[in-house]
Design a protein around this ligand. Structure first.
Ligand SMILES: Nc1ncnc2c1ncn2[C@@H]1O[C@H](COP(=O)(O)OP(=O)(O)OP(=O)(O)O)[C@@H](O)[C@H]1O
Ligand SMILES: [Mg+2]
Length: 310
């Protein structure tokens, strides 16, 4: 879209067809894009992208961002695989994928019993969206993995290019648990990129240093190709000064790694998983859905330009 962002009525400018761009016109166009998926085809990346969504702080929006970004990309034409690497199984729930104990899952993949393709299920959110679910069996994996051969790279081995070619996916998102244990290390070794969701709250930056140090350790010893490519600010509450302070602090520190789109705090976003949906299908016209689609579009545009960071 060619319209200038953040227009105010005072600086509304004529659009190419003679209409005037106003904030309402801009919002209406965004809503149209979400409500009519066929109106927007997102560009394919120059190469398959594997992103680990990590932050050892709990409840910052890792799972919400994983499923909604994945749905945004998939609904608009890209093939996406979500790997639920959290024994809580929240991503599986949000994508309406069966994850009762005993279901073929990422646990069996990690212990080498089945392949990624055997465990991947198509989500009802989009035919382009696969999910490898997590069952409660994964809770024991953190300990079981300790004594296994190549314990840090078991997910990487499972995500080999033949397996991913079989599914034909453009994007892989790995949803991590809120810890820096072996499951998260496996995710960091298997990916080229880390996406860090940061909540626009007071303690948001606490613990980030520890995450970045762990990423550096993985870079140094296990996966030199790894980089923090994307930071997404979540749960932004425009009524508080604090949200703006956190936003500018994060932008000041991480620059263009931070997506321009900020995800607002929105009841619709938090309600959607209760209906086994992403917000993009639960309430496509909501601010939460539009923001996640905008963020997905930014990610897709960076990927299509062959530059993961801006
Ligand atoms: N933009 C938002 N607006 C309102 N609520 C949100 C938003 N994003 C996430 N939430 C809610 O915040 C809670 C935590 O989000 P989420 O589960 O995505 O975080 P997480 O980092 O994956 O948590 P965990 O560390 O437990 O895995 C959930 O109840 C979710 O519905
Ligand atoms: Mg989670």
């Amino acid at each position: 879209m060619n319209s200038p962002a953040n227009n105010s009525p005072s600086n509304a400018v004529p659009a190419g067809d003679g209409a005037v761009w106003t904030p309402i016109a801009e919002e209406a166009e965004r809503a149209t894009r979400v409500l009519h998926p066929e109106s927007l085809q997102l560009p394919r990346p120059t190469h398959r992208r594997v992103l680990t969504v990590a932050n050892q702080k709990g409840g910052v929006g890792k799972t919400t961002s994983t499923v909604n970004l994945a749905a945004g990309l998939a609904i608009h034409g890209l093939k996406v695989l979500v790997i639920d690497l959290d024994p809580q199984g929240n991503a599986s729930t949000a994508l309406a994928v069966e994850h009762r104990s005993g279901t073929p899952s990422v646990y069996e993949v990690l212990i080498g019993e089945i392949s990624i393709a055997d465990a991947a299920v198509i989500s009802n959110q989009s035919d382009n969206l696969y999910c490898v679910p997590a069952t409660i069996d994964l809770a024991g994996a953190e300990i079981e993995l300790v004594s296994m051969v190549a314990r840090e790279s078991r997910l990487k081995e499972a995500l080999n290019s033949d397996a991913l070619d079989q599914l034909g996916v453009d994007y892989v998102f790995i949803d991590c648990p809120p810890s820096l244990g072996l499951l998260t290390v496996n995710a960091l070794v298997a990916a080229q990129e880390v996406l860090i969701p940061i909540q626009c709250e007071y303690y948001a930056l606490e613990g980030l240093g520890q995450l970045l140090r762990n990423i550096e350790l993985v870079q140094a010893h296990l996966n030199p190709a790894l980089s923090v490519s994307t930071i997404l600010l979540t749960m932004y509450d425009g009524r508080t000064k604090l949200a703006d302070q956190v936003t500018s602090e994060v932008r000041g520190h991480f620059g263009d790694t931070v997506l321009k789109t900020v995800i607002p705090r929105s009841v619709k976003v938090s309600e959607a998983p209760g209906f086994a949906q992403t917000v993009l299908t639960y309430d496509p016209g909501s601010r939460g859905a539009m923001s996640y689609l905008d963020a997905a579009r930014e990610i897709a545009e960076r990927g299509a330009a062959g530059r993961e960071t801006a």
